[in-house]
Write a protein that binds this ligand. Structure first.
Ligand SMILES: Cc1cc2nc3c(=O)[nH]c(=O)nc-3n(C[C@H](O)[C@H](O)[C@H](O)COP(=O)(O)OP(=O)(O)OC[C@H]3O[C@@H](n4cnc5c(N)ncnc54)[C@H](O)[C@@H]3O)c2cc1C
Length: 278
């Protein structure tokens, strides 16, 4: 086993370009999935890379480095549109996990129950992927291809997540249902971002996780919300029911069955709407 701990992104990309390595960020998914206390194989540890750290405002929006931890996101001074992401950060495992686990690892692990994904979808976030051959960007919804599948190519590292300025408007929230209140994998979770003026919802972004291989935006419901008031349920309930039945594909598993998950989403969305619109 060889353990690489590069200090620059260029060094890391050269190492990864030379042959396959297991990329290690916080290790909270990687080590758990190894099934043994020791990780096998050749490791590329990203913890020495300053280029993957930090949260900053840019000319075009916000940049969150891939190695930013959930604890850092929870404590960051970000606009209210990020409140859903910050709330999700506070619910990823317990504090010990939040201090190690990164936003990049949550995305690259591509679990359907990854709590970071729905808020990032409502923020129209893009990922920045870099290899020896250059960089590319794509929306989070395209990056995630299925259960544990991403668009990451051999030799690529996820460097940062970018949120465009247009999506940093409004207020936001996050609701997660598990078998208990904390330290739990989601049965279902919902993220919502609303732009409201004079009590009317002008723009809405709503995403649901743990109810399909990749978290989904509820586009029909979003459209029904636009121009409505949050309490005008006659206007948006049919679209919500339709999206839940057509866009989601929950599974039966040890945590909940599919029918329960659909009902849970209905309740979570309705409650979160009242909370964010308040
Ligand atoms: C006890 C416990 C509780 C948990 N609770 C939750 C929870 O409530 N909600 C939740 O969503 N998750 C939870 N998790 C899962 C995990 O903590 C998160 O998914 C976390 O964000 C993963 O980040 P990491 O830095 O530890 O990733 P790692 O384990 O280091 O990496 C995960 C995967 O991503 C790849 N990778 C990581 N970073 C990069 C990068 N920059 N470029 C390319 N590939 C990369 C790795 O090679 C690996 O395949 C929990 C885990 C544990 C152990």
């Amino acid at each position: 086993m060889t353990y690489h701990h590069p200090r620059t992104l260029a060094e890391a990309l050269d190492l990864l370009g030379a042959g396959p390595l297991r990329v290690l960020a916080g290790g909270t998914d990687l080590v758990a999935s190894a099934g043994t206390p020791a990780l096998g194989g050749d490791i590329l540890d990203l913890t020495g890379l300053k280029a993957l750290r930090g949260i900053s405002e840019t000319d075009t929006g916000w940049r969150i480095g891939a190695m930013v931890t959930w604890a850092e996101i929870a404590q960051a001074a970000l606009p209210p549109a990020f409140d859903g992401l910050r709330a999700a950060a506070r619910q990823v495992g317990a504090v010990q996990i939040q201090n190690r686990a990164t936003i990049g690892g949550n995305l690259c692990n591509a679990s359907p129950a990854a709590d970071g994904v729905p808020p990032l979808l409502t923020l129209e976030a893009e990922v920045e992927l870099t290899s020896c051959n250059g960089s590319r960007r794509m929306p989070v919804g395209e990056f995630l291809k299925g259960v544990r599948k991403t668009a990451l190519q051999p030799g690529e590292i996820l460097v940062a997540v970018h949120v465009p300025k247009a999506a940093t408007q409004g207020r936001a929230g996050f609701a997660k249902l598990g078998a208990r209140k904390y330290l739990v994998i989601s049965i279902a979770m919902v993220a919502m971002r609303l732009e409201i003026s004079d009590g009317i919802i002008r723009r809405a972004a709503v995403a649901v996780g743990a109810c399909s291989p990749v978290a989904q935006r509820l586009r029909g419901f979003e459209q029904a919300l636009e121009g409505a008031r949050a309490d005008d349920s006659d206007r948006w309930q049919p679209a919500l029911a339709d999206d839940i039945s057509r866009r989601l594909s929950p599974i039966d598993d040890i945590r909940a069955d599919a029918a329960y998950r659909r009902k849970a989403v209905q309740t979570l969305v309705s409650r979160l709407l009242q909370e964010v619109a308040r």
